[in-house]
Design a protein around this ligand. Structure first.
Ligand code: ZN
Length: 75
């Protein structure tokens, strides 16, 4: 499973060309559940695959950790 599209941050809701992965590492495993919750949180469909961006991980490590615990993380 690979993706070369920009990624969307689950916490801040932004999508950036700077965030990419070719091997899914660091993304949520449960994309479907995370997308559903994202829609509730942000009031829109996520543009792309969901993960937690480095800025949010730094500013909000507990929220990031809880999210990855909930949705899993590709290692
Ligand atoms: Zn973010």
């Amino acid at each position: 499973m690979t993706t070369e599209t920009p990624l969307t941050c689950y916490i801040c809701g932004l999508t950036s060309d700077d965030w990419r992965t070719v091997d899914m590492i660091g993304l949520f495993e449960e994309q479907k559940a995370a997308r559903k919750r994202f829609k509730e949180k942000h009031g829109k469909e996520p543009d792309s695959y969901l993960f937690v961006c480095p800025e949010c991980e730094e500013e909000n490590p507990h929220h990031a950790e809880n999210s990855y615990e909930k949705y899993g993380k590709y290692q």
